[in-house]
Ligand binder design. Sequence first.
Ligand SMILES: [Zn+2]
Length: 602
Amino acid sequence: MKKESIKLPLREEIPSKLTWDLTLIFKNDKEFEKELEEIEGQIANVENRQGSLSKGSTAFLDSLEAILQLERRMEKAFVYANLKNDQDTGNKYYQGFIARARQLYAKVGAGVSWFEPELLELPIEKLKGYFNQNTELLAYKHLIAKITAQRKHFLSAKEEELLAGAADIFSTPENIFGVLNNSDLKFPEVRDAKNNLIQLSHGNYGRLLESPQRSVRRAAFTEMYQVYQQFQNTFALSLAAHVHTHNYLAQKRCYPDARSAALTRNNIPVSVYKTLVEQVNHHLPLLHRYVSLRKKILKINEVHMYDLYTPVTKIPARTYSYKDSQEIVLKALSVLGNDYTARVKEAFENRWIDVVENKGKRSGAYSSGMYDTAPYILLNWQNNLESLFTLIHEMGHSMHTYASNTSQDYHYSDYSIFVAEIASTTNENLLTQYLLEHTEDPHVKAYILNHYLDGFKGTIFRQTQFAEFEQWIHEQDAEQKPLTAKEMNAFYADLNKRYYGPDIFNDSEIAYEWERIPHFYYNFYVYQYATGFAAASALAQKILTEGPNDYLNFLSAGSSDFPIEIVKKAGVDMTETTYLESAFGLFEKRLDELEKLITKLS
Ligand SMILES: [Zn+2]
């Protein structure tokens, strides 16, 4: 398991061409430290401006720009500290950097926290007057409008103070969940594929469920839920309390319900959520067909919940080196035009990517950057197809960041979570299409088709299932109906049965699945995974048939408008059903292909 202690190279042993070049941010650590000191010195200057917003348009503009300037410098310093820390999390020196950057970030946050409440208290007429008097303010119009749109949900200063003071108390249920789930629960030992006894954990559960050996995945599944069954009442109480705070706050802030409160912040119409749930339900027969196909390929009489994650196709024997993968990425993305691929080459050539694993390096992969840094990528490269998909995914994020940064002013450069996964998943879709067209080997083809179908299942179907559950628990609480483990288990078991269809065996354990999902402690968040994936599926098809121009406009838009409007620029209206139908159409087409291929291969 802990292979890094045996053979992973040390950070300093990695050839520099495979590491990211952080001197593009600060020439050296000294410059970073100097910048931290200067930022700290600027905080008072921003704090002292409290009360300035009502003192005329020039004072207003000066304060706004001083705040943005400070935040911009802080973000840059933070990115540097964060990347330095992640490249070797065991390095004490850089642990110190990130700790200091975090502390300073909090100080900056506190120093600028007066701005929004003060803006919300500024009379509308006065603010309108500012825009007439000072045309320079027009550059910030949408930014200010986004904040002032919350005006009717803002309470009196006294009430706001009371709520702000209780923020810790409101997050207690989530904290209880975290401690219970991550440290108090003890899982038993189970046997792995080599018949070794290993300690079951959140970390290895997913891998055990993917085991080709059925007894291994069955044991992991039953033992895991054995534990959750014992604690169902505590989990239910903490989740119900969490949901209750959402409903309470939404009501006090004059929203029709908690979901509206969560979506309104990004100006997402509730119809987007409702349409997603309706369309997914309408297309559940496709998921049922996929479950039957699994049953057929795995040659089992009953499909249990623990049979849904094991690969149904052999992992391709061919390897994908980093060098070959760079070529494939450029070819697959060539449909986005020369400017786009020139920027991808820039990422490869200018060392924006930290490629290989070393001792202490943060696991997984991500794209991270801000207005004044390159859009860096962290990878833990393995020579396989999964790594190729990860590379093109993160490149999608980085090219989105790059396009928004070069087209927008700083204050509109950051795109919202609602659109973030669209750029990365569109790239994955383009890669899938490219690989399907350029692969002869039927086994590799089957693997790629299944990779797509599994991704679709896990993102569109599963996240919408979660979204339905999340909506239901909020409704139960709002209607003052009981929300104990008994009700949650029953609802969840039915929901699961409806999603996976007639071929799924009713494992009683699955009723407890809601207990272990941390996302239920977010706030109407998961539906965005599903909408983002579907939009990307529709966009990739549009790029391949109509060309990339609309899509490139979307990439450049940053947060210059509300997310729904920005996606419209790419030609996808997420308040309509068309984009979802297009995504399900592609799922069906690829399901057909895999069914045919499997018949031919068997
Ligand atoms: Zn992503």
